[in-house]
Design a protein. Structure first.
Length: 108
């Protein structure tokens, strides 16, 4: 990967989760105001490749609520799942590889 040569794949379920976290969780107000969160979600929506939600699969992920992320990444041949979620980062059957946002920035 060179420069900003990457594509971000999201599905409605993931976009809804990001929207909920950024706009509904009061504890995040110390880092991002509601006034900034709403345009940020709009920006994300405009920049990603929005694809249909993947089918439900039991993939053996420690937190079964994360299975859709792995299914999404696999269905679209993603190189990485970029996450801060320890359940995914510590999962021993990563395919594709799960990396932190900080590591992704180092790679780009």
């Amino acid at each position: 990967m060179t420069g900003a040569d990457f594509e971000v794949v999201m599905c409605p379920e993931l976009l809804a989760e990001i929207t909920e976290v950024l706009t509904k969780r009061e504890r995040l107000r110390q880092w991002i105001s509601l006034e900034d969160a709403k345009p940020y979600v709009e920006m994300i929506t405009s920049l990603v490749d929005l694809v249909p939600d993947p089918p439900d699969e039991d993939l053996g992920v420690r937190d079964s609520d994360d299975s859709y992320l792995v299914s999404l990444a696999r269905a679209h041949n993603c190189d990485f799942i970029i996450t801060g979620d320890k359940d995914l980062l510590e999962w021993d059957r990563q395919e594709p590889k799960c990396i932190t946002p900080a590591l992704f920035l180092e790679l780009t």
